[in-house]
Design a protein around this ligand. Structure first.
Ligand SMILES: [Zn+2]
Length: 303
């Protein structure tokens, strides 16, 4: 079988693993901590989700009629504090980091490069920019997101650019400002995070993957959660569920699958567990996602 699906890992520490096509290092996750680039790893940067910067400059938070975009605002599903994306200081801070990392690493992945949710941002600067644009509110927000992506593209140059989009193929424009067709002009790849601490029902993930693949005009990767920071093996999905959901997503025609873990050691343990689970590997044959099973076959030689 010809290999068309690519695989990657998404790590919070700058140590790569063997057995995948892409190693991403989260140099600045939404916690806002900033590490050092590893020339052997692609660099992921969370832009406007930044807890550290929000703590230092709380007046830069994105705002709405239903309160600010702090994690403590329970009206929204905010997993981190989100800064206003038209703030020139925050934009330049991120663009500078992106440019520096693009010079020394193989490529860039950006996350959190959009509005916090549908109600954001109604700070005086955003409202004034919207008014001057002559556009309706939804189109102004989408143009703002696309224009930031265009600036990112300029800083990244010819290196590959992966753009993460939250997993809503239906209301992405209204909620986050995603104009997927416009974004495809600047992105080389889209990545859809599908993070969950359990994957007992792959049907939903498969549906979302198929939806995105049908509308996005650049290659589509999905990202599954193996073991993030502050987790134990007891608090995350068993290997069997991850192999199953990956195989089911693979058959939707997507172009790549990424696995998130805090560090290389957890991916290696996941790889060993996957190799050892012969029963699940046998069961998943003929599901139409054989490339995931071939990946696990290749992992046999790692240990
Ligand atoms: Zn604003």
């Amino acid at each position: 079988m010809v290999k068309t699906l690519e695989f990657g890992v998404f790590l919070y520490q700058p140590e790569p693993v063997e057995g995948v096509d892409y190693n991403f290092y989260r140099i600045k996750p939404e916690s806002g901590t900033v590490g050092k680039p590893n020339p052997k790893m692609y660099t992921n940067i969370a832009c406007f989700g930044d807890n550290a910067l929000a703590a230092k400059r709380p007046e830069w938070i994105s705002v709405s009629a239903q309160g600010p975009a702090f994690r403590t605002n329970k009206r929204f599903n905010l997993r981190w504090d989100v800064l206003c994306m038209t703030n020139p200081e925050v934009r330049e801070y991120n663009l500078k980091l992106i440019e520096e990392c693009a010079k020394v690493t193989p490529g860039i992945s950006i996350s959190s490069q959009h509005f916090a949710e549908h109600a954001f941002c109604t700070c005086p600067r955003c409202v004034e920019m919207w008014r001057l644009s002559g556009l309706n509110w939804i189109d102004w927000r989408a143009r703002t997101v696309t224009e930031f992506l265009k600036e990112v593209r300029e800083r990244v140059g010819n290196k590959p650019l992966f753009v993460n989009c939250l997993p809503d193929p239906l209301l992405g424009k209204v909620r986050f400002g995603y104009d997927f067709d416009a974004m495809a002009e600047y992105a080389d790849y889209f990545v859809i995070p599908m993070f969950s601490k359990a994957y007992p029902t792959p049907w939903y993930w498969e549906t979302i993957a198929r939806g995105f693949k049908s509308i996005l005009k650049k290659p589509v990767f999905v990202n599954f959660y193996v073991r993030g920071p502050r987790e134990t093996w007891e608090t995350v999905a068993p290997t069997k569920q991850i192999l199953t959901v990956a195989t089911r997503a693979a058959r939707t025609g997507i172009d790549g699958i990424i696995f998130l873990a805090e560090k290389a050691e957890w991916i290696q343990e996941f790889q060993k567990n996957a190799v050892a689970d012969k029963e699940t590997r046998e069961f998943l044959k003929d599901h139409g996602g054989d490339e995931v099973l071939e990946l696990v076959n290749r992992w046999e030689s790692l240990f």
